[in-house]
Design a protein around this ligand. Structure first.
Ligand code: SF4
Length: 500
């Protein structure tokens, strides 16, 4: 289901304000404080007025291991059916923040503080849906094509939602969202940014336009589509690395190999790999700035052509051929870092490269370059700061939670998925949206993203940090009182409670 653009918070304060008939209920799960008519949903579509009662529309999500740490099959909660009272072990059932609701203001205890036992130790998991005004997405786009200059604006519907950041090894990184786009620009910029982030985080495709660059369709886990073409291969490495990997396989079949790459173009006979193989210098000088022997920067401009450059004719990067070093009959292979583009030339009597059919042994190596490329994918990491007021729902002394996370006493998960917590102050975390359950994210029109977050720690440590001990309940209580559904645990995620 595609969610609509975030609504204006003002719309939520409907004219029935002040109604005392019970037909209107007030939601206080976020600062918008919607007043919701009977049978209708609030501005974020997460809460509704059902028969005069405020309800969270998505049920609480429980994740269950099918087999416990000792190898025994775990009795399973049946989706859609009320709990029949069967003994369900809390050590195999994890209560996620999905559908958990939010407490606002945060000084109230989190919606669920679930006590259980793991490895003979009493533990608690504090569960909530966090509202993140300070959040963004880091996108890793596996491509060597030029997406846009560093710092260029990334736009959706004409609004800037982020920018191009560094190019990494075979990938272009984009940074989307962040508090400045969510709250620091126009209302439309904030809403469009929130909507684009919500869709990407919930694994939907979003079309991005980059100033001075490409149009890219991005979807978590799917090949990026650059200017209408699906990217297939992630390059094997830079031009120099490609030479390092395949030099020996070219020996005896080519007198020179030039691997065209936007970042580092490699020239075999000049490169250390060619020297080690005692290859004769071929005297073919490429354009650009020489970094070290056989490694050249900026042989062309970035673009959609060979190796992420703007060239379609590989010979255009040859600056000169040294008559003292080159010889008629010299065999030259030019290839890109994905093997998608390759051409074979032989120098004529005037030392001019003449295109020729590629010999089979060279064709094999070109195909091996392609084989060594991994499938191109788009990765979406959510990044947000949980170091703010939501900590008060966990403990009366929030800095102790921060320290406990830093000291690895408290484990943080998002919908059960492992997170990376940045060093330094606060609890600034990153999580791969593909490791979270589907449609884990929601929004509120402040605008901000809403996502599940769970803190798991030993009960003793929870007591010491000033946790809301009186609010701790057993799993049975959650099953009895809450609206819930159960799904199987993803085996590629580590079980977050205890050590097994
Ligand atoms: S936007 Fe959603 S969470 Fe916020 S008050 Fe309205 S219904 Fe409640």
């Amino acid at each position: 289901m595609t969610q609509p653009l975030p609504r204006d918070p003002e719309d939520a304060l409907n004219p029935d304000a002040g109604d005392t008939s019970g037909d209107v209920v007030r939601c206080d799960a976020c600062p918008v404080l919607c007043r919701i008519r009977r049978g209708q949903a609030g501005a974020c579509d997460r809460y509704a007025n059902e028969g005069g009662k405020l309800v969270r529309l998505d049920p609480l999500l429980l994740l269950q291991r099918r087999v416990d740490a000792g190898g025994a099959v775990v009795p399973f909660l049946e989706p859609g059916k009320p709990w029949d009272g069967t003994l369900i072990s809390a050590s195999n059932t994890f209560v996620t923040g999905i559908g958990a609701t939010t407490t606002y203001p945060d000084y109230k205890p989190a919606p669920f503080i679930v006590a259980s036992k793991a490895d003979g130790v009493d533990v608690v998991t504090v569960v909530t849906e966090g509202i993140f005004s300070y959040c963004g997405l880091k996108l890793k786009i596996d491509t060597d094509r030029f997406l846009g200059p560093e710092q260029a604006a990334v736009r959706v519907q004409g609004e800037q939602v982020g920018h191009v950041t560094t190019a990494e090894y075979g990938s272009q990184m984009l940074a989307l969202g962040g508090v400045r786009h969510l709250t620091g620009g126009s209302k439309k910029e904030g809403n469009v940014t929130c909507d684009a982030m919500l869709k990407l985080a919930n694994r939907e495709a979003v079309d991005l336009a980059i100033d001075g660059g490409a149009r890219v369709r991005v979807q978590a886990g799917a090949p990026p589509i650059v200017n209408g073409e699906a990217e297939v291969r992630m390059r094997v490495g830079c031009g120099s690395a490609t030479i390092g990997i395949f030099a020996r396989q070219w020996l005896g079949h080519a007198d020179e190999v030039i691997v065209v790459d936007d970042h580092i173009t490699g020239v075999l006979t000049e490169h250390q790999a060619g020297r080690f193989l005692d290859m004769r210098p071929a005297g073919i000088r490429v354009r650009g700035r020489k970094s070290t022997p056989g490694r050249y920067f900026k042989v062309a401009e970035p673009g959609q052509g060979w190796g992420g450059t703007d060239i379609s004719d590989p010979l255009s990067i040859i600056e000169r051929i040294d008559a003292k070093a080159a010889w008629p009959g010299l065999r030259l292979l030019m290839v890109s870092t994905t093997g998608e583009d390759a051409a074979y030339f032989v120098l004529d009597d005037n030392l001019q490269p003449v295109k020729a059919p590629m010999p089979a042994p060279l064709r094999v190596v070109v195909e091996r370059i392609a084989e060594n490329c991994e499938p191109a994918r788009a990765t979406v990491l959510f990044m947000g700061g949980a170091g703010g007021s939501l900590r008060a729902g966990v403990t009366e002394n929030p800095v102790r939670l921060t320290r406990s996370v830093r000291e690895l006493v408290t484990r943080v998960t998002c919908g059960g998925a492992p997170v990376y917590v940045w060093p330094g102050g606060g609890i600034t975390l990153m999580v791969d949206v593909l490791r979270m359950p589907e449609r884990s994210f929601g929004y509120v029109p402040t605008p901000a993203l809403v996502l599940p977050i769970e803190f798991t720690l030993p009960l003793d440590a929870y007591r010491e940090m000033g946790g809301h001990m009186d609010s701790a309940v057993g799993l049975e209580s959650v099953l009895r009182e809450g609206r819930w559904r159960a799904e199987g645990w993803r085996d590629d995620n580590p079980w977050p409670v205890g050590t097994k």
